[in-house]
Design a protein around this ligand. Sequence first.
Ligand code: HC3
Length: 415
Amino acid sequence: MESPTPTQQSSSVGASWGAFLKSIASFNGDLSSLTAPPFILSSTSLTEFSSYWCEHPSVFAAPAKESDPAKRALLVLKWFLTTLKQQYASRSEQYGNEKKPLNPFLGELFLGKWEDDAGTTELISEQVSHHPPATAYNITNIPSGVRLEGYNAQKASFSKTINIKQIGHAVLTVPAPSAEEPDVFLITLPSLHIEGLIFGSPFIELDGSSYITSSTGFTAKVDYSGKGWLSGKKNSFTATLFPTGRERDVLFNVSGQWTKSFEIHSGPAKYNAKDNLVEAWDPLPLSELIVAPLEKQHPMESRRAWSKVAAAISKVDLDTVSLEKGKIENAQREMRTKERTKGSTWQRRYFTAQNDTTDPILKMLGPAVGLTENGDADKTGGLWRFDLEKSNRARNEPPLSGEEADEVAKEMLGQ
Ligand code: HC3
């Protein structure tokens, strides 16, 4: 038998579940290097995951209508909690089907929009770093001006199971009614681990705490408890909102399951808190993200770029999966070699890494939530911020002709 080509080695497909479990026990922390069994391969790239932040655009935009800063902070907390189900449990209709997403290539894009009663909300997601892998995103609800930007990477380790620490953060900007300056909210990302691995039915459980702190002086802390000792239910959490630095002066408390429903109460948590119920949340139908048809997409857009791999995954045609993945990986390697020879770097289309290591938002709000001023730039290939100038340039570019698109696909993706 011929020995595998570098392409086959790097394309991590195949392996039985037993071999997979063995490989994760000696795992080096690089999630993309895991050789997963065919049934656990997903045809969705991680660049698509940015859309999970906004599948209820009206909840995303709601804080802009609230004039009281504390209630605005509560609406931001509510929106954040409503995103968790999409972010961490939506890929499996039932528990136990969390798959291995496609590992995005540098410059990969995922663009879309939502059109609903909140008006138009635009999504831009770009793979801004490959080593280490990091994805950046910008989501704007046009009528309200509410805007979320952020970037994230994952650091994985193995102890009993796969544990993932999320690196990066998000910043939500909310124009406040009749205020000159918008409110700014700095959001940290929860840690997670994979459960059900041993039974071949992986699903995510969140752990630890995450925070949201605002320029108006309010902080929310969310504690994730899994099968909570209080409720005994999966995906449990409790959250409190308080004036920054005064954690005991709880203005609102929220509790429930992030996959199901939760209740918001005023004041601190009590055993019998029916009287101070502010709102009960039950998941709403999602607003559908609109993505251009493949032939209208830029060749670097995720679904177009990965279309052959995705088709092969759905047919469980592993040879073609390896071949098509390998073409992209090899073309990308060649691009990086060419850049090194020329002394150039890949120009990100929508985001720019901040060179000064003190970001004003992180400087102002970072200490309240334990984030450093450089946004862990060394672990995410940079401190990434949305670049409006670049975005306007991209928006005004004429679409590529068929020939130009073919050239880009050949050079960048080997297709
Ligand atoms: C860990 C994860 C990749 C990262 C995913 C992230 C953290 C990406 C950012 C999103 O905003 C939130 C999010 C949700 C799910 C996270 C994925 C779950 C599983 C995947 C691993 C790379 C796959 C591990 C393989 C297997 C078979 C155990 O599922």
